[in-house]
Design a protein around this ligand. Structure first.
Ligand code: SME
Length: 143
């Protein structure tokens, strides 16, 4: 994948838009379209003490994920990227789409506080290489 080019394209797509929800909507559509073997790409937003599902591409997803619950809640707790090569081996994984086999969740910070997460699921085991994760982290930081 030419991740440098994709990053530049995403930057251009986001440039005219300042509203966070719209930025997330277009970022999720862009990633879903340009990365192979994904079945869910989207955002969870911290709201009223839980993670609420935000803009995404893929099947209907669960909302209201608490701190420490599932891969998303775990990432909220640790404040660092979580890469899961096999979701069935992750205790407490929340299965929104039974097709998901691997997953990466990246926290998004504003003023030192985690405000949202980028969550990406794949129907392929160990889908996300170090390079893929680095790219997704850069995409998340653009939001
Ligand atoms: N699998 C996540 C839940 C969100 S779905 O993947 C869209 C988790 O375990 O937190």
């Amino acid at each position: 994948m030419n991740y440098d080019l994709l990053l530049k394209q995403l930057e251009q797509i986001l440039a005219p838009e300042t509203y966070l929800i719209s930025r997330m909507a277009n970022a999720s559509a862009f990633l879903y379209e340009n990365m192979s073997d994904l079945n869910w790409v989207g955002f969870y937003i911290v709201h009223d003490g839980v993670l609420k599902v935000g803009p995404f591409q893929g099947k209907v997803a669960c909302s209201d994920i608490g701190l420490g619950k599932g891969v998303c809640g775990y990432t909220w707790q640790t404040g660092t990227t979580t890469v899961v090569d096999d979701v069935h081996q992750f205790a407490g994984h929340i299965a929104c789409d039974s097709a998901s086999q691997s997953e990466v969740v990246i926290p998004i910070f504003r003023d030192g506080k985690m405000i949202a997460e980028l969550d990406v699921d794949s129907p392929r085991l160990a889908r996300f290489s170090k390079e893929d994760v680095a790219f997704l982290e850069q995409c998340a930081s653009l939001i």
